[in-house]
Design a protein around this ligand. Structure first.
Ligand code: G6P
Length: 377
């Protein structure tokens, strides 16, 4: 077992460090850095079905559900198709609306999650075609799906998902880009720019991993005794706040909640005091007007927290002096376009959860009461 961990103390840490490779492998052969074209013919669903879909329904569980939420932002922004995201365990029970013009999308690392398979059956019974994003070749979900996009994360052993998650985000980005191209929503210059930026992520992530490792370990020392944690984000960064909170609760057993930053005043503000660590996703792409605006709003949310003596750990892109003056701790990450920032910003949150769990003596790879794959409803 020690050998399988490749010198790392836990599978989870090994898998965190494998993410640049997993993202590269998931991208490999699927983009052209000459034309900006995305190739997903291997998926097996006719381009016509993608060109004519009137809406997309996504169902997933756990970490895969957080990837699905991020996928909604990507698909709606790039391809302008309305997207609904459901917990797979809820989908069948809400009398969902779907028909042959809607496309069903299932996101599942294992491809065997019972609720996700049941949601797929429901979508098909309503006449929708389905596409699976899956990490295991030949898994159950792929057998009924009309199309499959495989993630190439490789086997994931840690119960808390890391590299499978960032590979799902990568596959969703490719899918959104492909949909946008099939539907004529992007110029070739825009496509090329996004493909180039995606291809730069693995190298940026390697540099970042080296830069933030020791810092997250130090932060874990300061915060491992907290009773609760709050994670905040806006836009596509909100699902990353949810995922950061899930990582912490799964493996360290500290109660943590993810919240949209703008909702603080509708409840969570009441929780803030000097004992509450608040992790804020405060990244931005300064070249993107929407991203800049969201960032400005997030900065005012940070001020609301610090005014109440909350202890803020902010994740920000490099060289943001303003934020350094506002908060106690800043974790810097490389710059990237808005829709690709999630791939980078989730990594320090994974590491923070990991180091806190290790300090608390938890069984990081095998948390109590949890299973890697949930094959019962
Ligand atoms: C379990 C695992 C999670 C995972 C979820 C969905 O709860 O512990 O890590 O996100 O199942 O699994 P799936 O294989 O469908 O992505």
């Amino acid at each position: 077992i020690q050998a399988e961990k490749g010198g790392y103390k836990h599978f989870m840490l090994k898998e965190i460090w494998e993410q640049p490779r997993a993202i590269r492998d998931t991208t490999l052969g699927r983009i052209s850095l000459d034309s900006g074209q995305v190739f997903l013919a291997e998926m097996g669903l006719a381009s016509e079905d993608l060109a004519t879909a009137s809406s997309i329904n996504i169902a997933a569980c756990g970490t895969s559900w957080h990837a699905a939420l991020a996928g909604k932002y990507m698909i709606e922004r790039l391809a302008r198709i309305p997207v609904d995201v459901d917990y797979a365990s809820e989908y069948r029970y809400r009398d969902p609306i779907a028909d042959p013009t809607a496309l069903g999308l299932l996101i599942t690392q294992s491809g065997e999650t019972a609720d996700t398979l049941a949601a797929q059956r429901e979508m098909m019974a309503l006449g929708s075609k389905t596409v699976a994003i899956c990490n295991v070749v030949g898994a159950m979900v792929t057998r009924d799906a009309h199309g499959t996009i495989y993630t190439h994360a490789g086997p994931e052993i840690g119960v808390a998902s890391t590299k499978a998650f960032t590979s799902q985000i990568t596959a969703l980005f490719l899918f959104a880009l492909h949909l946008a191209q099939v539907r004529g929503k992007l110029t070739s210059a825009e496509s090329l720019h996004l493909c180039e930026e995606l291809s730069r992520i693995p190298a940026k992530m390697i540099d970042m991993l080296k830069a933030v490792s020791a810092q997250t370990e130090r932060l874990a020392r300061d915060f491992s005794n907290a009773r609760d944690f709050l994670y905040l984000g806006r836009g596509i960064h909100f699902p990353m706040a949810l995922e950061g909170a899930l990582k912490l609760k799964e493996i360290s057993y500290i109660h943590a909640e993810g919240y949209p930053a703008g909702e603080m005043k509708h409840g969570p503000n009441a929780l803030i005091d000097e004992t509450l660590p608040v992790v804020v996703l405060a990244t931005q792409d300064p070249s993107d007007a929407g991203s800049r605006l969201r960032y400005e709003k997030t900065l005012s949310n940070i001020q609301e927290v610090t005014a109440r003596s909350g202890r803020v750990i902010a994740i920000a892109v490099e060289d943001q002096e303003e934020i350094g003056n506002l908060v106690e701790h800043v974790i810097s990450i490389p710059r990237a376009p808005e829709l690709l920032l999630p791939l980078l910003e989730i990594v320090p949150l994974q590491l923070l959860a990991y180091h806190i769990a290790v300090r608390r003596g938890c069984d990081v790879d095998q948390p109590r009461n949890l299973a890697k794959s949930v094959t019962v409803e």
